[in-house]
Each structure stands twice: as structure tokens, then as C-alpha cells.
Ligand binder design. Structure first.
Ligand code: MN
Length: 185
């Protein structure tokens, strides 16, 4: 198992244990099959980004809690580490720049979309809001069934508790910041 594999598997196991959920219960909550949850827990396979989001939403935890150590407040200067989540997600690179902050209900990613990438995301938890800010290139973001063009130095804010997506129709790599806000009640 590589580091990411281990981290995801440990996080899922401990979440399920803490909640006292059987694989069956976890499957119902997340919409991910029991077989796949078992494989992920045993470190036999990594989930895709879309499946990891389903798991995070089903357990009502942040996405970054699966891929990054949570360090509350102290680490003010962060250097991004690239992580490939799953070989199927070979045109999208997700990097956590600031992992989930419980008090602010916030996590921040830098995301690279290679040319031709089209990534669809399941609905996140109720009330989750994303702010997409394009740093380089041009992307399109799918919100309520409509693709919105977002150019360099432009932003788009949307409710991410329904299906949404990101794509790069250009010939150049595009980079954007994704600031994800979770309700903090
Ligand atoms: Mn999303």
C-alpha cells in the first residue's frame, strides 16, 4: 500500500468504527457498494475522486480528511503536494493547499485540469458551497446542468450540494483554486 492508500483505508476504517456502522450501513449512507468499501478498507484499491466524495458526504466529513493530515491553525505556510488519487483520474490533479479547518468549515485545493479533462462530481453534503478561482488558463464549470466558462482571474461560486463538474476544453493545462465551505453548525 502506498501512503495515500494507507491514509484513505485507515480513515475509512476508523470513521466506520466510531459511528458503529456495518459495511451494509456505510454502503447505504454513501451509495458506494459494500464490496468496494471493503476493498478500500483493506487497501486493495483506491477510490476515484468521485467515489471518495460520495464516501466523505455519506459520513459527513471533509474530502481532505481522507488525503491529508489535519493540522488545526498552526501551519500558516503550506507547500502543495501533488497526489494522484486514482489512475482513472489521470487528467485531474487535486492538491490540498489548506486541509479542512473545523472552526472555519473550510478547505482549499489547487486543482489542475489537463486538456480534455471532464470531471463530474457527485453532490456534496447539504449546504456545501464551492468557490472556483481560475489561476491559469480557462475552464468550464457545470452548475445546475449548465456549463459556465471561467477564465483566468475569474471566479465562480455555486452550491455544491447537487451534481456539478469541471472541464478543460482548451489545449493547455488549466489551474484553479477550489475553496470549499462546509456548514459549521
Ligand atoms: Mn465539488
Amino acid at each position: 500500500m502506498d501512503n495515500l492508500n494507507t491514509k484513505i483505508s485507515k480513515t475509512l476504517k476508523s470513521l466506520r468504527k466510531n459511528r458503529g456502522w456495518s459495511l451494509d450501513a456505510a454502503s447505504k449512507k454513501t451509495g458506494v457498494s459494500k464490496a468496494m468499501l471493503g476493498q478500500i478498507e483493506r487497501g486493495e484499491s483506491n477510490p476515484t475522486i468521485a467515489i471518495l466524495w460520495k464516501i466523505a458526504s455519506g459520513f459527513d466529513v471533509s474530502f481532505s480528511s481522507f488525503i491529508d493530515e489535519v493540522e488545526q491553525g498552526h501551519n500558516i505556510h503550506r507547500i502543495v503536494e501533488f497526489q494522484q488519487i486514482h489512475p482513472k483520474d489521470d487528467k485531474i490533479n487535486v492538491m490540498t493547499i489548506f486541509p479542512y479547518d473545523k472552526e472555519l468549515g473550510l478547505e482549499i485545493f489547487i486543482i489542475e485540469l489537463l486538456p480534455g479533462c471532464e470531471h463530474h462530481s457527485p453532490a456534496h453534503q447539504k449546504g456545501v458551497i464551492e468557490h472556483v478561482v481560475v489561476a491559469r488558463g480557462e475552464i468550464e464549470v457545470l452548475v445546475s446542468g449548465i456549463w459556465h466558462k471561467v477564465k483566468e482571474n475569474e471566479g465562480l461560486k455555486f452550491n455544491a450540494d447537487t451534481l456539478h463538474g469541471y472541464r478543460n476544453l482548451s489545449n493547455a493545462k488549466a489551474t484553479f483554486h477550489d475553496i470549499i465551505h462546509y456548514p459549521t453548525t
